[in-house]
Ligand binder design. Structure first.
Ligand code: 1HN
Length: 350
């Protein structure tokens, strides 16, 4: 890849033009325009058993209110200091303890929440609260007011941990980030819980409904429903040799992705599943909901179990294997790559 070092005359020339903020393209052309994608990111896994004690410790060191968001960022080991799990994606694990509030704010970045552990926290988005239950996929659209709290459910209160997925690196890339803090700690509730699900979650829409944003107005996709569909389709033999039973979440208004920048998926791998190799240009972050198995990325095997997280970088060939019935949530930057017409994927047969 790298050619021989430049001659003394050329190097002197490069040093000279450097002072005028110029650089020779021919020394970096093959890196700038790679023959095939060559992600600097590495496959990585965060075991729940390793992570949980640190999350608990963070809970003793700082409150949700002081932290604003008490999150341990999942950083790609090859991108230290970048708060990125891939070049385009941010992921973190957020903790909210019973009685705590994470104050209201809004920002251009879109966020997804995937509930990993505990029941009874809520998130409020633009005046509507939704209770978070494990396996729920919840959306905070860009520039919507949001705050979180933990008041418990069914008289029980426990620490709640969720995966945050955001498009932070993309927004940073475009230098397009804005943020605003609310004067109120928690926003005023203006609609009853379940209103969005009633309006948008039943293959019906209010007759005069006009979308006001590209993001799905359905902001909680409950796990109970998702799980039932996976089970049903598995019974109906809809198993893909690469993906098992894999579904994409949709915006019910458009049939497109629920979020403009992030794609989300849920898949079921039956016990004994040994997937065929797959690669795509959208690297993906996985949250394991149920079951144990392995992901093998470029020959590197990573075992996974419930509440573990792992990342598969762009264009790395990988296979999924399940020792037990397994359910995996994942997200990627697929909507952006599709919009730019650069998405490529390959189901390999080897
Ligand atoms: C944010 O607003 C949340 O609202 C979580 O819970 C993680 C990471 C970076 C910037 C904003 C939240 C975030 C974030």
């Amino acid at each position: 890849m790298t050619a021989s070092p430049p001659s003394t005359a050329r190097q002197a020339f490069y040093d000279e033009i450097r002072k005028f903020s110029m650089t020779p393209l021919w020394e970096s052309l093959s890196t700038l325009v790679p023959h095939t994608p060559n992600s600097p990111c590495v496959p990585a896994r965060w075991r729940w058993d390793d992570v949980l004690p640190f999350i608990e410790q963070a809970g003793t060191l700082i409150s949700a209110e002081e932290a604003v968001r008490r999150v341990l960022v999942l950083e790609n080991p090859a991108l230290p200091g970048k708060a990125s799990i891939t070049q385009s994606l941010y992921a973190g694990l957020q903790l909210i303890l019973p009685g705590e509030v994470a104050p209201a704010h809004r920002h251009v970045q879109s966020a997804l929440r995937f509930i990993v552990h505990g029941r009874g926290a809520y998130t409020a988005v633009d005046g509507e609260r939704t209770t978070m239950l494990p396996g729920d996929f919840i959306i905070t659209p860009g520039w919507t007011w949001h705050d979180h709290g933990n008041e418990g459910v069914d008289g029980q209160s426990e620490p709640v941990v969720w995966l945050d997925g955001l498009d932070i690196p993309m927004i940073r890339f475009f230098d397009a980030g804005f943020e605003e803090k609310s004067a109120a700690l928690s926003q005023r509730v203006s609609r009853p819980e379940g209103n969005a699900l009633a309006r948008y979650g039943h293959n019906l829409l209010p007759v005069d409904y006009q979308p006001t944003s590209p993001t799905s107005p359905l902001f909680n996709y409950p796990y109970a429903r998702t799980r039932e569909v996976l089970e049903r389709l598995y019974r109906d033999h809809e198993l893909d040799a690469w993906h098992g039973v894999k579904l994409r979440y949709v915006n019910p208004v458009t049939g497109g992705w629920p979020m403009p920048t992030l794609a989300t998926f849920m898949q079921f791998l039956p016990a004994g599943f040994a997937g065929k190799p797959f690669r795509s240009t959208d690297g993906a972050v996985y949250s394991v909901v149920e079951g144990r198995g392995r992901v093998i990325v470029d020959g590197q095997s990573m075992a996974f179990g419930p509440k573990d997280h792992f990342v598969v970088p762009s264009w790395k060939t990988f296979t999924l294997h399940a020792d037990e019935d397994a359910v995996l949530f994942s997200f990627s930057d697929r909507p952006v790559q599709s919009a730019l017409n650069i998405l490529r994927e390959e189901k390999l047969d080897a």
